[in-house]
Design a protein around this ligand. Structure first.
Ligand code: AKG
Length: 257
């Protein structure tokens, strides 16, 4: 995971124009198996205390979400803070980047919940909002049947839209009428391939109608120099940060040159 994944100037231009891009075969072979096993073991450990018969709220029906695996699970860490992934984020955004956080996003079979159309950055306690980006890695094939991602190209330029409540979403056109008429692009991915999206790009995933788990991990990056905007967030709530403080502690490592 030390080598650079090849990116052409036209791929970088496409990412900057559309706010997302699909990159195939980013992690392959034994590395993919090791990463998938490590993430699966981490999710299993993190969810072991949950009662499988509990009633799940609407958010929990969307996916099993385990945040910052890299910080608690040594086998996951080398992948999340790897040069290969950090350098993709840095070259696509054109900026030096830090890790914001990772999260495993496992959509359970037949639970029926879609991930509603939303932008990410409005949820985050950051003063700067325009250049965060997520590498979403399929650990097993992501298909229309099991809930792969779709994007609305160019919507990263639509700032100042109120955050969508994922557990109780409004209609997309009520939240963001400027998206009317845009054609979504759906990205089916082979395991080990990924999509990268700007945190302001609207995206969506359908329900998992297959018999297997949709296993993915999303790794989120922010430009070096991003500062704290006081707002509740599980990653920063316990850190005692002050408004305007740089997010540059060991929890937010620099992952690019
Ligand atoms: O995995 C999903 O269903 C949604 C992912 C997502 O919203 C994200 O990575 O920003």
């Amino acid at each position: 995971m030390h080598d650079d994944y090849p990116l052409t100037p036209s791929q970088i231009a496409a990412y900057q124009r559309d706010g997302y891009i699909q990159l195939n075969e980013v992690i392959t072979g034994p590395e993919l198996e090791t990463f998938r096993d490590a993430v699966n073991a981490a999710v299993k450990q993190d969810t072991a205390r949950l009662d499988p018969n509990r009633t799940k709220g609407s958010y929990e029906q969307i996916f099993i979400q385990c945040v910052n695996l890299w910080h608690r699970h040594p086998a996951v860490q080398p992948f999340v803070v790897s040069r290969r992934l950090g350098s993709i984020a840095s070259r696509l955004s054109g900026l030096s980047v830090r890790l914001w956080h990772d999260h495993a996003l496992f959509k359970e079979p037949h639970t029926g919940a879609k991930t509603p159309w939303h932008q990410d950055t409005p949820y985050w306690p950051h003063q700067q909002k325009m250049h965060q980006l997520t590498i979403w890695i399929a650990l097993r094939d992501a298909t229309i049947e099991n809930g792969c991602l779709s994007f609305l190209p160019g919507t990263q330029k639509h700032l100042d839209i109120a955050p969508v409540n994922l557990a109780d979403p409004q209609d997309l056109y009520a939240v963001a009428p400027q998206t009317k008429g845009l054609k979504p692009v759906t990205c089916e991915l082979k395991a080990g391939s990924c999509t990268v999206h700007n945190g302001m790009t609207f995206h969506y995933a359908g329900p998992n109608r297959s018999d297997g788990m949709r296993e993915a991990i999303a790794i989120i990056y922010m430009p070096d120099g991003t500062t704290y905007h006081p707002a509740p967030h599980p990653v920063t709530d316990s850190l005692g940060l002050k408004a305007g403080q740089k997010l540059n502690s060991e929890l937010f490592p620099l992952v690019s040159d």
